[in-house]
Write a protein that binds this ligand. Structure first.
Ligand code: NAD
Length: 474
């Protein structure tokens, strides 16, 4: 076997690191033999291993090591992207395989690494002040079934860039693809000279294991990505929490908009991965003078307009009713064409999106259904559209968008809706860097305010002061 320059460099780095570690017999190992490449039966073992790994990571590894490890994670995940996307799709049955490829690539390429950590320095007559972004330590992270491995890769890049380790509690319906991903990450980290078990998970995650992770004193920060029930449960845990909760993003299309672009972008965003993304377009409020043009434009893109009787059949199929409407889990993330076939429409072809000419009371407006079914509500005035959009968003303050050429209209809506992401004249995917500027994340922390999370979000500021006028050159 031939050994390349890169491999030789790695071997030398590992030898030097091992010499540096002195007395400890094998400090890279922190599982006590209990885990399988980061996957543990018991929460306490997963936390203990991640705790030991993090201690080694901060004591023995430098920023250049973090960079090397993060780059290797990007490389390996890129190589494995088809495997990961297929595993997620097969295990969860949600969404579309081809869109999962895009999601994985987006977060592999656009989740920032350690370069986003910024030190602040101030000098004055009294000397020097430094504030640096330091790790929390062990982070407990809850992941959703809608973006399982995407969230694991994104959180791992961000959290390890910040010097932390992480224990995942994944959604049970995605535990196999997540275990594969965690093992892949650990293997990559160790092969690139890092400690084992920087990334761990509980093999059989439950609600109880969430409580065990948040209750473990070694866990310094909880990060929850998912529905509001989970985020609120974490907020009651008494621990520091970064919460990324539900959305129900409204879109307003006004009479000044480029309607062709609006139809094209809304169709693309609302049908992407069968609308399981929390930040995808969920309901449209359109000025009545351009409503027909928008609906025609969306049909031209490929959307299927349900008539009243079909809408009722789809509603009864994909929503449940117990006094209020809820998404029927069986239909979350399923293909629009499959829904049509189920109600007897067999000649519609490969449909990606169903649209409804809806009134504002239609349950598809207010329920975050995570399905490719999009209600379009006609409005007489901008104020009416804004009022309805704010109500439909439900106070989540997550994502909204507007198609308009009138800056005052866009400003008015943005101020009223107060969402973490506000996109103008594009699919909301642009808000996370897909055909838009800025970095990406799978953890949009609206409720607790960190926003589009990155490594900085998972660090705590620490100050170091050199007093008595020292270290100045002026
Ligand atoms: P979910 O809330 O059902 O589950 C999310 C995770 O929390 C899972 O791991 C689950 O096992 C756990 N969980 C659920 N209820 C819990 C409770 N009471 N206590 C402790 N843990 C609990 O959500 P999901 O179906 O996996 O994902 C879809 C939801 O997540 C949607 O509401 C979507 O908007 C939201 N989401 C938000 C973001 C974001 O960045 N803000 C990203 C993705 C998904």
């Amino acid at each position: 076997m031939e050994i390349g320059v890169k491999e030789i460099e790695l071997i030398v780095q590992q030898v030097i690191q091992n010499m540096d570690r002195g007395a400890s017999p094998d400090p890279l190992k922190s599982s006590g033999g209990k885990g399988n490449l980061g996957v543990f039966e018991l929460v306490d073992d997963a936390v203990a291993a991640a705790h030991e790994a993090q201690r080694i990571y901060v004591e023995k590894f430098q920023l250049s090591d973090r960079n090397r490890i993060i780059n290797a994670i990007r490389e390996v995940c890129s190589e494995q992207v088809t495997t990961l996307a297929r595993m997620v799709w097969e295990e969860t049955s949600y969404g579309r395989y081809e869109d999962k490829l895009i999601k994985h690539r987006l977060i592999i390429e656009k989740t920032p690494g350690p370069e986003c950590l910024k030190t602040e320095a101030i000098t004055g007559d009294n000397g020097l002040m430094l504030e640096e972004p330091a790790p929390f330590g062990v982070i407990g992270a809850i992941t959703p079934v809608t973006n399982p491995t995407e969230t694991i890769i994104n959180n791992t890049i961000s959290m390890l860039s910040g010097g932390n380790s992480v224990v995942f509690n994944v959604h049970p319906a995605s535990k196999n693809c997540c275990a594969y991903c965690v093992q892949l990450l650990n293997k990559t980290i160790v092969e690139n000279g890092g400690p084992e078990n920087l990334v761990t998970m509980v093999k059989n995650p439950t609600m109880d294991t969430v409580g065990q992770i948040s209750g473990n004193p070694k866990v310094r920060l909880m990060v929850g990505t998912g529905g509001m029930g989970m985020v609120n449960a974490l907020l009651r845990s008494g621990k520091k929490v970064i919460g990324a909760g539900a959305g129900n993003p409204p879109v307003i299309v006004d009479e000044t908009a480029d309607i062709h672009r609006a139809a094209e972008q809304i169709y693309m965003g609302a049908s992407f991965d069968n609308n399981i993304l929390c930040f995808a377009e969920k309901e449209i409020f359109v000025m009545e003078q351009v409503a027909d043009e928008l609906i025609q434009g969306m049909k031209a893109q490929g959307a299927y307009l349900l008539d009243a009787a079909q809408m009722e059949k789809i509603r009864d199929l994909v929503l449940t009713f117990d006094g209020t409407y809820h998404a029927n889990k069986k239909w979350v993330g399923q293909d629009a064409g499959k829904m049509l076939r189920e109600i007897g429409v067999t000649n519609a072809g490969n449909v990606r999106l169903l649209i409804i000419d809806a009134d504002n009371m239609n349950p598809f407006v207010s329920v975050e259904q995570l399905m490719p079914v999009l209600p379009i509500v006609r409005c007489k005035t901008l104020d009416e559209a804004i009022e309805r959009a704010v109500a439909a968003e439900g106070g989540n303050r997550h994502t909204a968008s507007m198609f308009s050429k009138d800056v005052n209209h866009m400003t008015k809506f943005a101020k009223k809706i107060e969402t973490t992401i506000f996109v103008k004249n594009s699919a909301t995917l642009a808000g996370l860097g897909y055909q838009g500027e800025g970095h990406s994340t799978m953890t949009i922390a609206g409720p607790t305010g960190e926003g589009i999370t990155c490594a900085t979000s998972f660090t705590r500021k620490r100050r170091c002061v050199l007093s008595d006028g020292g270290f100045r050159i002026i």
